[in-house]
Ligand binder design. Structure first.
Ligand code: PEP
Ligand code: MG
Length: 779
């Protein structure tokens, strides 16, 4: 048998039908209402390649050095060609098509989904790597099945398996063919409270197909129901868009919800009852709380997927709310979800205000309180003496200090403001920091035990904190509940160092709003020119590809906005080869950002080539962002270079930062030149509008991103961009401030990108403002 029907499959059949097939089969076999379908088994794929005798050539073709981009591209092409050009044996063709005829009335639109599995490791995760096709009809079915098989050999999949140590020949692929449900309404359901496990069901619902809810394109209605007495708390959202099938093409399209249904409640009391009955049956079947995707058509409820909820805190509700200041149940009642992360380890809990003499103070730039011996770092050689748990004290951090910054428990600098290298990197690493003390390197002694309070910006004498438990920077930012606040304004995250990607992704952000490329280069400790002279152009491009790829993989398919190089000459000057950098009176006004790239198109071409290779590798989630542009002319020139580098500006998403008053005043021309988005770099926009050097601690009190002049520039840009259908975003430090988030949402910004540690708060603030707007509009 080449195919197995869903009702013949159970959870134990992972190796035959892959994870997706097994899960749908288990639900169907348990009598739950799953849309009908079948699975072309992993064994069928195996026989297909073996009987056609292409298996050996296939596996030999992909046995390559995956770090060689050209070899990887050739291998993927060859392997896919082998599969796509091998005809279906007649018997197999007949069996698949006959099975299709039994689904629906033979005219059904079906979803064709890859379900990969590895021998001996059937539950290995290859999620999102292989193809899925929706709305497939008989004509295209066989080709789509073969394309699913071939998608086992995309560059990205080959690269991933090699990196993870999977043998290519031990990975198989099954294909699920299932009737599409033309949902009138759909959503998700948690059969029990997702953080406490209490008998409370949570249902989220919106009009049309479920992708709109799962992808966050729409804010759904939220229903919180007590399972004992079925009493219910309902929050109705404004549902502006819905996904549905286009009758003419069969494709899924996004449409506006008609005015009269936007604030209409989606599911009726009877439907809630039906969903709850179903939720109870699924939970009973699996013996544990489930996270279910569901759809309703003609009054019938269907289940599209069910997974165990993995976030329930076994130690009970108290543990989910250690501070007592957040009401977990209430958090979920309004759909806002996340509760305070446990304060733990040496970064938490010290009350440093009441005891210990204040030795120095500065700007608290990365929160947390730690105690440890101070290590004064004056020259690079001093970095060797920084051990695990030490507190680095230095004039200003430099890119090659990052490894030592990771070892350190805290960082104190003499110089710098809230947007300096030390502040940005320490926040991303989750290491408490104070910047701009002016005198820490002279006022503190090497080895002296001090306590650093990164919130208040104070350094105290002695040890105030027990270094008893390990800090877990990733766990601290991970939301405790999967019910992330659904916001129409996307909330993204900033990443400067690829090492922070995992921590950034754990926040549940909607993508990366700014990935600073220069940090990848600065960590090479050589200027690009020097690195290329020693290692060659290809090595340089590969460094860029690898750095970006690490982040793009962590977030895929969520978008990652990568900014082209923007390093002032004074930062490059510190690197090997930096002696060739121009000596500038004022590097902040000098040779940096797009002006430098346009002046040296030969160097810029390497960055563009890195983007081209990433697109070729399948990273269609990568977006290009241009720093320090002033006007449309900068955009036209860059667009020309993109085209010359083989990047199609019409196919890719790209845009400009708004960091100078000139850019803000010229945004209309930039929109006409074709940008897809404009992103406020408020660190620079503030310094250039107010004439306040962002790195100068002496004027730090004048660095006010909320100054009316700046807000006016921002407001005007948002308005112009909305008229031209250009997305707007913020990726400067100010995006992490609730006051700024409030202003921006009211102005109608499309997304906000915050620092890792601020994502959760910004999500809640955005949700609060959006709900207020909604309530105001109906009052
Ligand atoms: C900004 O200027 O706000 C910005 C995000 O860019 P950078 O801090 O890297 O200059
Ligand atoms: Mg900037």
């Amino acid at each position: 048998m080449a195919v197995l029907w869903l009702d013949e499959i159970s959870a134990g059949d992972l190796e035959t039908v892959g994870g997706k097939g097994a899960s749908l089969g288990e639900l169907t076999s348990a009598g739950l209402p799953v849309p009908p379908g079948f699975v072309v088994t992993a064994g069928t794929y195996r026989s297909f390649i073996e009987e056609a005798e292409i298996d050996e050539e296939l596996f030999a073709a992909v046995d390559i050095d995956v770090d060689d981009s050209a070899a990887l591209a050739d291998a993927a092409d060859r392997a896919q060609e082998l599969i796509l050009e091998t005809p279906f044996p007649d018997e197999l063709r007949t069996e698949i098509l006959e099975s299709y005829h039994e689904v629906g009335d033979g005219e059904a639109f079906v979803a064709v989904r890859s379900s990969a599995t590895a021998e001996d490791l059937p539950d290995a995760s290859f999620a999102g790597q292989q193809e899925t096709f929706l709305n497939v009809t008989e004509e295209a079915l066989l080709d789509r099945v073969r394309e699913c098989w071939a998608s086992l050999f995309t560059q990205r999949a080959i690269y991933y398996r090699q990196e993870q140590g999977f043998d290519h020949s031990a990975v198989n692929i099954a294909v699920v063919v299932q009737q599409m449900v033309d949902a009138e309404k759909s959503g998700v359901m948690f059969t029990s409270h997702p953080s406490t496990g209490d008998a409370t069901m949570i249902i989220e619902a919106a009009w049309g197909l479920g992708e709109a809810v799962v992808s966050g394109a729409v804010s759904p209605d939220n229903y919180v129901i007590d399972r004992e007495d079925r009493s219910m708390d309902v929050t109705i959202a404004e549902k502006k868009v819905m996904h549905e099938k286009d009758e003419a093409t069969g494709q899924t399209v996004e449409r506006e919800v008609p005015e009269d249904r936007r604030t209409q409640r989606v599911v009726s009391d009877d439907e809630i009852d039906a969903l709850m009955d179903l939720g109870e049956r699924v939970e009973d079947h699996y013996g544990e709380p489930q996270d279910v995707e569901w759809a309703i058509v003609d009054g019938d409820v269907y289940m599209l997927q069910s997974r165990p909820i993995t976030t329930i805190d076994e130690s009970g509700a108290d543990a989910a709310d250690p501070t007592g200041s957040v009401d977990a149940a209430k958090g979920l009642t309004d759909g806002s979800g996340s509760v305070q992360a446990a304060e733990s380890g040496s970064t938490g809990g010290a009350d440093s205000s009441g005891s210990g003499e204040i030795l120095v103070d500065g700007l608290g730039s990365s929160p947390g309180t730690v105690s440890g011996p101070a290590r004064i770092v004056i020259k690079l050689d001093d970095l060797d003496k920084v051990s695990e748990g030490d507190i680095i004290v230095t004039e200003m951090t430099m890119p090659d200090m990052v490894p030592a910054m990771k070892r350190a428990s805290g960082i104190i600098t003499d110089e710098g403001g809230m947007t300096s290298h030390a502040a940005i990197v320490s926040r991303e690493l989750g290491v408490p920091a104070i910047v701009g003390t002016t005198n820490a390197t002279t006022a503190l002694d090497d080895g002296q035990v001090v306590t650093l309070d990164g919130e208040k910006g104070a350094v105290l004498e002695g040890s105030e904190v027990e270094p008893d438990e390990e800090t877990e920077p990733v766990e601290e930012v991970r939301p405790q509940s999967p019910v992330k606040p659904m916001t129409a304004t996307e909330v993204k995250v900033n990443v400067s160092i690829p090492e922070a990607a995992e921590r950034a992704a754990a926040t549940g952000a909607d993508g990366v709003g700014l990935l600073r490329m220069e940090h990848m280069i600065l960590s090479l400790n050589q200027t690009p020119a020097k690195f290329i002279a020693e290692n060659g152009e290809d090595a340089y491009i590969t460094e860029l590809v690898e750095g970006i790829r690490g982040v793009a993989d962590e977030f895929y398919p969520r978008p990652v906005r990568v900014r082209t190089l923007d390093a002032p000459t004074d930062e490059f000057r510190q690197l090997e080869g930096g002696e060739d950098e121009p000596d500038e009176h004022n590097p902040m006004l000098g040779y940096r950002g797009i002006r430098r790239s346009l002046d040296r198109p030969d160097v810029f071409a390497h960055e563009l080539e890195a983007f081209r290779r990433l697109y070729e590798l399948g990273y269609d989630n990568v977006e290009i962002m241009l720093p320090l542009v002033n006007d449309a002319e900068d955009i036209y020139q860059t667009k020309k270079l993109m085209k010359e580098a083989g990047i199609d500006p019409e196919r890719r998403r790209w845009g400009a930062m708004i960091e100078t008053p000139a850019a803000a005043l010229s945004v209309e021309g930039m929109a006409e030149a074709g940008i897809d988005f404009a992103s406020f770099g408020t660190n620079d926009l503030t310094q250039y509008t107010l004439a306040v050097d962002r790195n100068n601690e002496h004027v730090a009190d004048r660095f006010d991103e909320l100054h009316p002049a700046i807000l006016r520039l921002i407001g005007d840009v948002i308005e112009t961009c909305r008229e031209h259908d250009v997305d707007t975003s913020i990726c400067g430090q100010a995006g992490s401030k609730p006051e700024m988030a409030r202003f921006l949402v009211n102005e109608g910004i499309s997304s906000i990108s915050a620092n890792i540690d601020a994502v959760r708060d910004v999500q809640h603030e955005v949700k609060r403002v959006e709900q207020k707007l909604l309530v105001d509009s109906v009052r």
